[in-house]
Design a protein around this ligand. Structure first.
Ligand SMILES: *Cc1c(COP(=O)(O)O)cnc(C)c1O
Length: 430
């Protein structure tokens, strides 16, 4: 049994092998950016084909979406999607209690109230039973998030939405390429939102987002919404008339060109990633008290983030205090060179903006609807997942990370070989 790095042993992952860059920037990405600077088509309303319209076309074709509208960020794509389906003041939108903050903020941008539903303990995505329990006569939409790249249970969510007449906007920010029964996520509900922010699986060199839908009217509504409510069509002179409420959420042409270049390598990257992650998880799966991420049957996980849950009971620890084990494992694995971290420090409903109801003055939009249950007493599964899990992010996205993941697996095995020490440290910490 080798000595843990936290106590002076040799780290499983040598220091000079820890660095991994993401995004991967190749000459063709640099060329795409420079060609755009030379091309005089720097905004999405340039007449004719421009880098933004080209990315929209390629993204729709690669994944099989009817329409794609490029916007400034993933958050803007969510907000515009909600606006397009008619979500407005006083409406309620059901979102998962475990997600990135943007999923909860987007409804508020439309003066709607986010209603948080609990998540499934295995997929970390919306629990359809809890969604159903939280539907009221104000509910207008559901935002399932394909968290970490794992498809949500779209069969049950679309069924609930159909029975109650609700719109479904998929937050696919973490899941380009993930599929559900052979269909691309983002294209199963009424509309979907992707993010091209640099840490995502298909990045740009900054910020970007994509709205997708099979519905031409929704696409047109988002196209107007991204540019001041104007109608912008190829061959038609811009008339500067705002036909509806609009924002300025246009995508930058340089960023579109960069992502378009990345998209041409996505399939090769994705093949390598699927292989690397499968090998890595196969090595970790036998370790007692460690639950590796999985996906629902007949779905493809896009592995944006790898989340591992730890069982205190397997280490002879008090199951009521999972945080002690989590922080002990975090410390020991980081010492070995595995950058384990928490993803989301609290459930979304505990975020200050929602607890304090900081919206549009005077408690709007929340003052229009009922009082939520107090924080801390709700969403037991989201709370449990945050308390007993850690994540691995970004480095495994690199297609060449197979060797690094083997070293990470060595580190996990080494820490697990010292399970007695883990127990002693966790007991002392609790
Ligand atoms: C990144 C992300 C967003 C927001 O995307 P931005 O492009 O950063 O605005 C929304 N939802 C989820 C789940 C995300 O991970």
């Amino acid at each position: 049994m080798s000595k843990l790095a936290a106590f002076g042993g040799t780290a499983a992952v040598p220091k000079d092998q820890r660095r991994v860059d993401w995004p991967l920037i190749e000459d063709e990405d640099r060329k795409a950016v420079l060609d755009t600077l030379e091309g005089a088509r720097l905004v999405s309303n340039s007449d004719g084909a421009n880098p933004v319209s080209i990315l929209e076309e390629h993204w729709a074709r690669r994944f099989g979406f009817g329409h794609c509208v490029a916007v400034s960020t993933g958050t803007a794509a969510l907000s515009l999607a909600l606006a397009a389906v008619g979500v407005g003041p006083g409406d309620e939108v059901i979102v998962p209690a475990l997600s990135f903050i943007a999923t909860g903020l987007a409804p508020v941008h439309q003066m709607a109230v986010p209603v948080f539903a609990d998540v499934d303990p295995v997929t970390f995505n919306l629990d359809p039973d809890d969604v159903e329990r939280r539907i009221t006569d104000r509910t207008a939409a559901i935002i399932p998030v394909h968290l970490h790249g794992a498809p949500a249970d779209m069969d049950r969510i679309t069924d609930i939405a159909r029975r109650h007449g609700l719109a479904v906007i998929e937050d696919a920010a973490q899941a380009p390429g993930a599929t559900h029964r052979g269909r691309p996520v983002g294209g199963i509900g009424d509309a979907g939102a992707f993010s091209l922010q640099v840490t995502k699986n298909i990045p740009t060199c900054g910020e970007g987002g994509l709205f997708v839908t099979g519905n031409a009217e929704l696409a047109e509504s988002v196209r107007r919404g991204r540019q001041f409510g104007e109608v912008i069509e190829s061959g038609r002179e811009r008339d500067y008339v705002s036909y509806g409420l609009g924002w300025n959420h246009k995508m930058n042409a340089i960023q579109a060109a960069f992502t378009d270049a990345q998209l041409t390598r996505f399939d090769a990257y994705e093949d390598a990633r699927q292989r690397n992650v499968a090998d890595f998880l196969a090595r970790l799966a036998p370790l007692p008290g460690l639950r590796v991420p999985t996906a629902l049957p007949d779905t493809t996980h896009a592995w944006h983030i790898l989340r591992f849950r730890f069982s205190p009971a397997a280490f002879g620890l008090d199951p009521a205090r999972p945080e002690a084990l989590r922080s002990t494992l975090r410390r020991l694995l980081r010492a070995e060179g595995v950058p384990m971290s928490q993803y989301q420090l609290m459930p979304l409903p505990d975020q200050k903006v929602f607890v304090d109801r900081v919206g549009f003055g005077d408690g709007h939009p929340w003052s229009l609807t009922g009082t939520p249950r107090p924080a801390g007493e709700d969403h037991p599964v989201a709370r449990a997942v945050i308390a007993d899990s850690l994540t691995l992010q970004k480095r495994h996205l690199h297609p060449g990370s197979g060797d690094l993941l083997r070293l990470y697996a060595d580190a996990f095995e080494k820490v697990w070989a010292n399970a007695d020490m883990v127990t002693t440290l966790a007991e002392a910490a609790s």
